[in-house]
Design a protein around this ligand. Structure first.
Ligand code: SAM
Length: 285
């Protein structure tokens, strides 16, 4: 298997492959980590998997053995002929050459894919972690869960709770749509080449309905972005200074008071439920 570092070096040398930093290429070379990803994703022979960025096919080989079907989207044209070779013995894998951000993901598993949901698994390119995850969560793609290797610091932000230093707009956006679970911390020596940062495997299980009810979720997320844009300021000050929102400091302070909150509270103290209530209260004015 490719998870053996010697095998990875061999494939890279035989194919004269050079790593592209701009594509965030850090290939996995540790089978224990791959086992943890497969276990966290809860994959069995009935599961369809969408893999983002298969690289030379290391994680893909394990997914092909564990799952029913794997579709993998890879942007780097130099990797396509390599994947044809490393995955030749698996007849349940399909490679799509393209940019994941430009794919019509809903149709990847055919027209009936909305009835047959699938799971997303990836060792993500770190330069586009947040756009990929947010576009998957915000779209109606029928992905039951997203299990991904990402930068540890980003994983901490996704699962952070009010009052902690990591808590912010990303925590609230992720937790509106999904339930995060940190499956493993992964050190740089599990990759080739080694990244400069620690990594973590996080699983986001999509909720059947968003975790809070709110009249206008787009407006709530604008309010959240405003609240964390200047996180050392009071929420009312930060929001009233935020371009794209037309609430005055007084509007926000009054709405906070109406909700039984301190008008001088900072955004980092509010839960998602409280942001939803504040957004509704401000839209009532
Ligand atoms: N899955 C492999 C592994 O674990 O060894 C490779 C993971 S590597 C961190 C990220 C992969 O995503 C690379 O193969 C890279 O070329 C690919 N990639 C980067 N940007 C992409 C994009 N926008 N769409 C699809 N694949 C992309």
């Amino acid at each position: 298997m490719l998870s053996n570092p010697q095998e990875t070096i061999k494939v890279i040398q035989e194919n004269n492959f050079t790593f592209h930093k701009k594509y965030g290429q850090n290939f996995l070379i540790d089978s224990h980590v791959i086992d943890k990803i497969i276990a966290a994703a809860e994959i069995d022979k009935d599961t369809k998997v969408l893999e983002i960025g298969p690289g030379i096919g290391t994680l893909t080989q394990y997914l092909a053995e564990a799952a029913k079907e794997v579709v993998a989207v890879e942007i780097d044209d130099k990797l396509i002929p390599i994947l044809d070779k490393t995955l030749a013995e698996y007849d349940n894998v399909r490679i799509i050459h393209g940019d994941i951000l430009k794919q019509d993901i809903a149709s990847i598993f055919g027209d009936d894919s909305f009835k047959n949901s699938f799971k997303i698994v990836a060792n993500l390119p770190y330069y586009i972690t947040t756009p990929i995850i947010m576009s998957l969560l915000e779209s109606n793609v029928p992905a039951e869960s997203i299990t991904v290797m990402i930068q540890k610091e980003v994983a901490e932000r996704m699962k952070a709770t009010p009052g902690s230093k990591d808590y912010g707009a990303l925590s609230l956006a992720v937790q509106y749509y999904a339930e995060p679970y940190l499956a493993a911390n992964v050190p740089p020596n599990c990759f080739m080449p080694r990244p400069n940062v620690g990594s973590a495997v996080i699983r986001l299980k999509r909720l059947a309905v968003p975790s809070v009810e709110v009249k206008d979720d787009k407006q709530m997320f604008k309010l959240i972005r405003g609240a964390f844009n200047q996180r050392r300021k009071t929420l009312a000050n930060a929001v009233s200074n935020f371009e794209g929102l037309s609430y005055s400091r007084q509007d926000v302070e009054e709405a906070l008071t109406k909700l039984g909150l301190d008008p001088r509270v900072r955004g980092e103290a509010l839960s998602l439920e409280q942001f939803a209530a504040l957004s509704d209260a401000l839209s009532d004015d």
